[in-house]
Ligand binder design. Structure first.
Ligand code: ADP
Ligand code: MG
Length: 227
């Protein structure tokens, strides 16, 4: 069998929406695309993805539609290497303060999505996350990965999403004129929605912004999936 694809949702920052997009992407691919998906919870600080599955199974008595393994350790690359031989897709939710787990998780990855809020304190952590990703790309066992930034929890009642989109893609600071790095920012956003908060511990019937993210990163191959 060909190797499964490996998608990492990660950032060296907690509370940005990694687990929301990782779990919903896994459920969407399992339930709508019919894939055999294995979710790896690689967050040493919290364990929301594993708890999500447990709480669902406890509350409903039914089996969660994707398998979840918690493994927030430096040898996560070995686990992912093994799992990609057995599943259509491995999705890794990589969190918080551990650059070693983050870079190891990218060893076999085809994709990295870095969610980030349109907010100064969250943006501060983006350069270090990006640097860690570049180091990981140099060590890739599969010829590297595509990486994107995803605006998360955006509130379009404010101008922040537009300002941060500009800041991330224009190459210069609009106030000082100083040069800034240009990030590959997804057009799709995870908007701020109560439905995402309520999704925890459930298998939702609707995936909101997730399919547009998956289309843009090439997980959903438009036209091909139905065939
Ligand atoms: N798009 C969103 N809209 C509203 N709330 C969100 C959204 N994404 C995440 N949240 C909330 O933010 C918190 C952190 O989300 P989570 O996915 O657990 O982040 P992380 O895994 O990066 O720590 C949770 O309380 C979650 O309900
Ligand atoms: Mg999380």
């Amino acid at each position: 069998m060909a190797h499964g694809e490996v998608d990492v949702y990660g950032a060296l920052k907690g509370g940005v929406g990694k687990t929301r997009i990782a779990v919903l992407a896994a459920l969407r691919q399992a339930l709508v695309a019919g894939e055999d998906v294995h979710l790896v919870d690689g967050d040493r600080v919290s364990q929301t993805a594993s708890d999500w599955r447990k709480d669902y199974e406890r509350a409903t008595g039914r089996e969660f539609p994707v398998t979840v393994t918690r493994h927030p350790f430096d040898d996560i690359d070995e686990l992912i290497s093994d799992l990609r031989g057995k599943h259509d897709r491995v999705i890794a939710d990589i969190g918080g303060g551990d650059p070693a787990v983050f870079t190891a998780a990218l060893t076999y990855a085809q994709r990295l999505v870095v969610p980030i809020g349109a907010d100064p304190s969250e943006m501060r952590r983006l350069p270090s996350t990006w640097k860690a990703a570049q180091l990981a790309a140099a060590d890739s066992a599969v010829g590297g990965f595509n990486a994107w930034v995803l605006l998360s929890r955006t509130d379009h009642g404010t101008t922040l999403p537009r300002e941060y989109r500009e800041l991330l893609t224009s190459g210069k600071n609009p106030e000082t004129g100083d040069a800034l790095p240009v990030y590959p920012l997804l057009k799709a956003e995870m908007r701020k929605r109560v439905a995402y908060q309520r999704a925890y511990g459930t298998v939702p019937g609707e995936f909101y912004d997730v399919p547009s993210v998956l289309e843009e990163i090439g997980v959903i191959k438009t036209g091909a999936e139905a065939a």
